[in-house]
Write a protein that binds this ligand. Sequence first.
Ligand code: SF4
Length: 323
Amino acid sequence: MRKYNLPIFIPHRGCPHDCAFCSQKKITGVDTEVTAEDVRSLIKTFLSTTNHENASVEVAFFGGSFTGLELKTQEDFLRVASEFYPKVSGIRLSTRPDYIDKNIIELLKKYGVTTIELGVQSSDDGVLAMNDRGHSFDSVVRASEMIKESGIDLGHQIMLGMYGSNPEKDRQTIDDIIQLKPSCVRIYPVITLKDTKIHRYFNEGKYIPYTIDLAAQLAKEAVLKFRENSIDVIRMGLHSSEDLEGDENIVAGPYHPAFGEMVESLVYRDKIENQLQSNGVIDGELKFVCPVGDISKAIGHKKMNKIYFKDKYGVELKVCTEK
Ligand code: SF4
């Protein structure tokens, strides 16, 4: 069955925090207030313009800390989304771990929320503090347990290369997340956006962002570990948007509009390299067989894997779907 996700961005509403990396309005590409009426009209338009027969449609409230909104506002949004059941089959939302408690969970369950994504970012309390997150990893553990016990699906969002972090701490975050068994994760390398605190730290030389190679390498390691543990990786890297990319908003950091594709290419590169090391080159060719849908990943974003094997081993990578 086909799955549609209808993202509705609620920028920075309900959030009194000011995390060092956050420039919410630029990330979402929206800077106006969203009303329940806007939500109704977005859903109506989506349902009338999309063939959703035999498909599941999930409404996703992203962009801020949903459960930090005033209760009435949360209810207004959820009520509107739930009016569209069963054409809408689920509601997903993102929030902070310290904005989850029993009452909130009850409210979300009442309106049929199916997935809660927690902004975890790091499992290192020092890193969380340096980025002014205002919560510790304990809050993540507590909220995650509560969500799982309620029967709502749990998602986690993590960041690579935060201010104060390093590859070792990021790897530890990946391992700590696995222990909490979310059903899905999003992986975001930190991008330095204009007018954030990390922009200032960057200018002062206190923050050195990851390179694209390091971020992609760590994301690849994360993907492999998460998949090994049956955790779905549903997003890697920020969505590109005119607002994000325009007006010199991106000051520094490993931003790439096709970051996820690059990481998937690295996953395949490892598989191909393993095959090369065990089987060598046959008839002067490095022939690699993969499912038809994965050919572009095996060849690599902008043929990066073909180029890699040519440069490193002097061999021609040939990707095919049959032996
Ligand atoms: S809690 Fe979320 S929305 Fe609020 S400042 Fe931090 S990252 Fe931004």
